[in-house]
Ligand binder design. Sequence first.
Ligand code: C2E
Ligand code: MG
Ligand code: MG
Ligand code: MG
Length: 285
Amino acid sequence: SAKEGGRNNFQFYTPEMNEMILEQLETEKSLRYALDHDEFVLFYQPQVDIATGQIIGTEALIRWQHPERGLVPPNQFIPIAESVGLIVPLGEWVLRTACIQNKEWQAAGFPPIKVAVNLSARQFEQPNLVDTVASILEETGLHPQYLHLEITETLAMKNANHAIDKLYALKNLGIQLSIDDFGTGYSSLNYLKKFPIDTLKIDRSFVGDIPGDSDDAAIVTAIIAMAHNLKLTVVAEGVESQAQLEFLRAQNCNEMQGFLFSRPVPAHEVAQLLYEKKSLYFQSV
Ligand code: C2E
Ligand code: MG
Ligand code: MG
Ligand code: MG
């Protein structure tokens, strides 16, 4: 009957959904706890200059040192932190920690390198984002040119006109801006041209099968050429093989990041690499 149908409709949650929601609530609770109890840690993945093989930057990548689950990767908790708003304080912690760390490497006497920090959509939308970044730079004493903020094209395009103003305000602080995962989102080249960005990061889904896959090879070649015409630096993500490296070098890609050079590692391992001054490029040959 209609009545029974109605009652059935009312029973909206399946047991599986219930379980999922409970799990999310559980994760949310433990994320809050983790933030208060310093359970997060930043790993840093070296970014390598294609000409010299030297480290010219790192990307800060968050991990959760969970007392029982061990080292939890970001894709298992960042989306939850984003959906419950915890990403805002968490993102601020990432930004501050990365700036302190980069300043520390400089204070130790290593040649200055940049640190790239990922921004989530929710963070980007915060009205006080620019002030937050400014005060963290001031508080940590990191020179703005050594901070890169990474945003995705989808995030930037979501409200493109507003994004342009915000990106200009960030640029006015003297920091660098990168478009992350380029090619995977929806982006308008018309806006891309108007955004005050410095760097395009080619998503690793295009890098994985070069040079063998001729479609991907064509896409990567086109992205690099376009970026250079727009006076942007190009970083290739997810470089895992010598053949990929050679192809990217032939296309004049500027920087590379990937397991071929180094996985994301704890800060002290970056210091060791900087200390050895070894070319990560030739080490792999
Ligand atoms: P992303 O910003 O695109 O970061 C690059 C991801 O690719 C990292 O995964 C890195 O470990 C992985 N990667 C690097 N080189 C290679 C390679 O050669 N092969 C393969 N297969 N993978 C490679 P990770 O650390 O698991 O981070 C995943 C995503 O989580 C990041 O993608 C970023 O979107 C997000 N994320 C990480 N840390 C933060 C953070 O502090 N804040 C925010 N909002 N998001 C973060
Ligand atoms: Mg990134
Ligand atoms: Mg990326
Ligand atoms: Mg990615």
